[in-house]
Design a protein around this ligand. Structure first.
Ligand SMILES: [Zn+2]
Length: 141
């Protein structure tokens, strides 16, 4: 499917810049928000420092674990970028890609906190990369 291939391609193209900005990350996590075939926004993880947007969304969605450790996950970064700009519902398609520092696909299935945020908003068309270098989906497109 086109949006998945494009998400993986864009992840690879963003990798170098992100790698240089954020030397030392073990994984590079990107979340792509699509409406039909239009890319609306891209979220990135930010695991090295606590983040005020992570905290804001954790409070909004009552994610106690994130309130304690407010590091920004790519999925929540994506939602925060769409927030107030687009109506977030089940028409939004989210593709999550995680690369290791060798640019290989890794498991990017959303954690329970991110899953709850996405579920609460009705976002259930999700695809994520797996360690075997494939993309899995919760739904057909
Ligand atoms: Zn998460």
């Amino acid at each position: 499917m086109k949006i998945i291939e494009r998400s993986v391609e864009i992840s690879h193209s963003l990798f170098q810049q992100t790698y240089e900005e954020r030397d030392g990350y073990r994984t590079y996590h990107f979340a792509f928000g699509w409406y039909r075939n239009t890319l609306l926004a891209i979220g990135k993880n930010s695991p090295n420092s606590p983040n005020s947007r992570a905290l804001k969304f954790a409070k909004k969605f009552n994610s106690t674990q994130i309130i304690k450790y407010p590091f920004l996950h790519a999925e929540v970064d994506l939602i925060s970028r769409l927030w107030g700009r687009f109506h977030i519902n089940n028409r939004l398609k989210v593709v999550i890609v995680r690369l290791n520092k060798f640019k290989q696909l890794q498991n990017s299935k959303p954690c329970s906190n991110c899953s709850r945020v996405l579920n609460t908003l009705g976002v259930n068309r999700l695809w994520w990369s797996t360690k075997k270098g494939k993309i899995k989906g919760s739904n057909s497109c």
